[in-house]
Design a protein around this ligand. Structure first.
Ligand code: NAP
Length: 245
């Protein structure tokens, strides 16, 4: 078993899968969390193991408080520690505010914001006892800038930023850092559903002139999880090609 245990929520694909692989490549045992994509999560675990790393794939719907509690309990029972928690799981349910259903608003808040809160709360209990730990929450530049058609998503990500800073203040005295990453436009299935026209329009707003890759976010997450980032807490690090400045 590796010395450090990391949980990555939504690690079955996209940004989460890249983070899981990066942390595993640095010697951590990674618990890849998924909700619906068991096959994809097992494939990520297989890739990590093929590269000589250690990983597990565990199901938990992060929007369900009881499942989060059980998930953290199960990790503690098996490994006895949680060194790094990456709250990456997220969804979109886009639509103009005037037409947005209560369900689409709540579903996004429940997964992106409440899921982050549940996982932070349950994992922090153990980090507090250990007097160390790293929490990395996935926000978005949309949480900073807003975006037409994403009232629910922008609110969830602005909420993640507020929760990150508040948790950072509560946990700092016990050696636990809490930071957020705000990606810009990253090439994943989440953004792949956007039309070519919308993608072209977004590209014009990115000074570096390309969309980001999941690995760009994974590199930042790995830094925040490393010893080199020990003096950084309560920060929102934008990885966005200059999109939001
Ligand atoms: P993605 O490709 O759609 O992957 C989403 C991941 O979240 C999947 O692994 C999915 O797992 C998991 N997930 C969704 N609902 C879940 C739930 N209830 N419980 C547990 N896991 C759940 O998205 P992505 O582009 O990689 O985005 C990852 C994170 O970065 C999200 O928080 C997103 O908001 C944020 N972000 C992305 C971009 C971008 O441009 N792509 C920009 C800014 C921020 P299953 O498939 O197993 O359900």
């Amino acid at each position: 078993m590796s010395e450090k245990i990391a949980i990555v929520t939504g690690g079955s694909r996209g940004i989460g899968a890249a983070i899981a692989k990066k942390l595993a490549s640095q010697g951590m045992t990674v618990i890849i969390n998924y909700c619906g994509s068991e096959d994809r999560a097992l494939a990520v675990k297989g890739e990590i193991e093929a590269a000589g790393g250690q990983a597990e794939a565990w199901r938990c719907d992060v929007s369900d408080c009881g499942q989060c509690e059980e998930f953290v309990k199960a990790v503690m029972e098996k490994y006895g520690r949680i060194d790094v928690l990456v709250n990456n799981a997220g969804i979109t349910r886009d639509g103009l505010m005037m037409r947005m259903s209560d369900e689409d608003f709540s579903r996004v808040i429940d997964t992106n914001l409440k899921g982050t809160f549940y996982m932070m709360r349950f994992a922090a209990r153990h980090m507090l006892k250990a007097k160390k730990g790293r929490i990395i929450n996935m926000a978005s530049v949309v949480g900073l800038m807003g975006n037409a058609g994403q009232v629910n998503y922008a609110a969830s990500k602005a909420g993640v930023i507020g929760a990150t800073k508040s948790a950072a203040k509560e946990l700092a005295s016990r050696g636990i850092t809490v930071n957020a990453i705000a990606p810009g436009f990253i090439d994943t299935e989440m953004t792949g559903v956007l039309s070519e026209k919308v993608q072209e329009q977004i590209l014009t707003q990115i000074p570096l002139g390309t969309f980001g890759k999941p690995e760009d976010i994974a590199n930042c997450a790995a830094f925040l999880a490393s010893d080199e980032a020990a003096y950084i807490t309560g920060q929102v690090i934008q990885v966005d090609g200059g999109m939001c400045m």
